[in-house]
Structure formats: C-alpha cells, structure tokens
Design a protein around this ligand. Structure first.
Ligand code: NDP
Length: 327
C-alpha cells in the first residue's frame, strides 16, 4: 500500500485528495520507481482543480514529473537503485503520475539523473526548469551569446521564468524580468535580473512593431505578452514560446517576422525526444546555480499539493515547489 494524490471524476463530481492505494492501482509499465520527490507545475494545477480538461482517464494519480529510485525493472537499461527523473510523456495526464510514493512507467520515458543533482534538486528544477533550459538552448542554437543584448524573461516569478533568469544570468546575459509582482523585484535581482519591468508594459494589445529592445525572449505567458515581445525584438533576434499563463491566443502580426527577420521557436517538453532531454538535464546539472535554485524553492507535503494546485493557477506561487511524497 502507498499514498497517492488521486483525481477522480464520477457522478459525485471532480475531486482530488490523498488516498492510500494498492500496487494494483498502478498502470502497466516496465519500471517501478520509488518516488522521492515530485512538484506542482502549472499543468498539475489544471489537473488537480479540473479547471482545464488535461486528464484523459480516471481515477489517476496526479503529477507530470517525479524523481526517485528504481525499485524493479524489466528493462536492461535500468536496475534497482538507479536514480531517475521523468518529465511529461502524458504521465499525470493519461498515465498515473508522480504525486505518489510509487509510479510504474515505460523505461523509454526515464532519464538517468545526472551526477551532481539530488532527486530533490531534480524536482526543484522540475518540468518548469527543464523547459526553461530547452528555451535557453534554443536561444543558444540561434547564436545568442552573452553580450548580444537584453534577454526578456516573462512570467518572471513563475517556475519557468525564475529558472530561466537564473540560467541566463549565470551564463552572462543581461536579463530583463517582466512580472506582475513588482514587489518581488529584489528577489528577481538576487536571481540575476539586471532590470525588472511591470508586466502591464507588455500584456495589453500593442502595435505590430515596437522599439527594438530584445536580442532574445523566453516567454511562458503567451497572448498579447508574446505578441508584444515579438514586436519589440531586435532585427534577427529570437523568441521562445512555451506557455499560456496569460492566454492561448497569439494576437500578433507578421511584421516582426517579415520586416525584422525574427524567429519564433516553439518549446515542447512533453514529447521531446531523449536526444533533446538528456543534454538539457546534463546542462542543468552543469550550469544551474544550485544555491539560487534552493533560494527559489519551497518544500510542501503531498497533502499540501492539493491546495498548491489552486494557488499556482491563481499566480500565488513564487518560484518552485517541491513535494516530499513521503511526508
Ligand atoms: P507558474 O504558474 O509557476 O508561472 C507562471 C507565471 O506567469 C506567473 O508566476 C506569473 O508571473 C505569470 N502570469 C500568470 N498569469 C498571468 C497573466 N494573466 N498575465 C501575464 N502573466 C501571468 O507556471 P510555470 O512557470 O510552471 O509554467 C508557465 C507556463 O508554461 C504555463 O502556461 C505552463 O503550462 C507552461 N509550460 C509549458 C511547458 C511546455 O512543455 N511547453 C512545460 C512547462 C510549463 P509573474 O507573477 O512574475 O507575473
């Protein structure tokens, strides 16, 4: 028997709560993992509250990511005692996930945890931090080197935003953080932001082209913010889009693309191939300032993850939450 944050939907309605369940509740898979840490991402908030239909089967254990230790494996790539991390692949959406003390998954979905990261640090990074790294790597492949100019990070106090600031500043970029929580400016500067702007500057409908301000952008907000970020990107610059905290829409124009030759990179962490995710985790282990990661991380229990689901959607979570599934 083990504890899991179970989401149910039936005649009694949609609900999420911690229950004690049997191993038979786990789906098929070739690796059984003893989960040590999980986290609460924006998507987990949607799943826990039912605010958006991200779950495709019920009952289901929530949690789109986890880090833990292999307990049993039918796949030769993993053996008991191996430390692993999992992000995405529909786990916590259509396959029971990481907000539980055990998970059974496909070996193909697991990444060996790089040396230098604990399972707790892996979940302090979580899907948000790994997506931030995928965004930073896209800017790097575009050729944006430190000194290229200002890099805008939107949703700065969120998980993706906080880790993106830490990574970019650590590499030597000048980072401008956009936030609706301007009272957190000192915290964002401690992570490495050189300048903090009010997100109201970017979130209202804007012009097709604006002043050329950004060499690059990491956007996790979407909607008018993304459109305005594109409109303010310098000639030949690059913008990454991974999120929709403001909205799913993209009310922009083609002007920045056809007049300034900017590039918009879509970032998906869920179905990214192992050849994409493994280097991202290696770079996180190498490049992320772990003291700064700790400064933006708060620890909660499995029971508290239910309320955290509501809080993250309401924009009340700063940085990253790690869930001790054994507490
Ligand atoms: P968080 O909730 O931690 O952060 C989102 C941040 O966006 C908030 O902290 C807030 O930052 C800002 N924000 C919230 N509401 C609004 C609004 N109405 N207008 C403008 N800004 C807003 O979420 P994550 O960082 O974990 O995820 C961010 C987004 O990225 C989500 O949409 C998520 O679904 C997506 N995502 C996508 C992935 C992918 O594979 N493509 C993977 C991971 C996440 P502040 O208070 O500083 O303004």
């Amino acid at each position: 028997m083990f504890k899991a944050l179970v989401i149910e939907k039936d005649a009694a309605g949609y609900r999420a709560g911690v229950q004690t369940v049997d191993d038979s509740a786990l789906p098929a898979g070739d690796v059984l993992v003893r989960v040590e840490w999980s986290t609460v991402n924006y998507k987990d908030g949607l799943a826990i509250t039912g605010k958006s239909p991200v779950l495709r089967s019920f009952p289901l254990h929530a949690g789109i990511d986890f880090a833990g230790v292999v307990e049993a494996s039918e796949d030769p790539r993993f053996k008991p005692g191996d430390r692993v991390v999992l992000n995405g692949w529909g786990v916590g959406e259509s396959h029971s996930g990481g907000l539980a003390q055990k998970a059974r998954v496909k070996a193909d979905w697991l990444v060996p945890l790089p040396d230098g990261l604990t399972t707790r640090q892996a979940m302090a990074i979580g899907t948000a931090g790994y997506t931030a790294m995928l965004s930073v790597l896209a800017l790097e492949r575009h050729g944006l080197l430190p000194g290229a100019g200002d890099i805008l990070v939107t949703g700065a106090n969120g998980g993706v935003g906080s880790v993106a600031i830490t990574l970019l500043a650590g590499m030597g970029h000048r980072v401008v953080a956009s936030t609706g929580r301007i009272e957190e400016a000192e915290h964002l500067k401690a992570l490495g932001a050189a300048e903090v702007i009010d997100r109201a500057e970017l979130s209202a409908p804007g012009k097709p082209l604006g002043k050329e301000r950004w060499a690059g952008v990491v956007d996790s907000v979407g909607s008018h913010t993304l459109a305005n970020a594109c409109a303010g990107t310098r000639y030949g610059g690059a913008v990454t889009a991974c999120g929709l905290a403001q909205g799913l829409d993209f009310p922009g124009s083609v002007a920045p693309f056809i007049l300034r030759g900017i590039t918009l990179y879509g970032i998906d962490s869920v179905m990214a191939k192992p050849s994409v995710r493994m280097p991202a985790w290696e770079r996180l282990a190498r490049d992320l300032d772990l003291a700064k990661l700790e400064a933006l991380t708060r620890e909660i229990t499995l029971e508290q993850a239910v309320q955290a689901g509501t809080d993250i959607l309401a924009g009340r979570v700063r940085g990253r939450l790690v869930v001790d599934v054994n507490r």
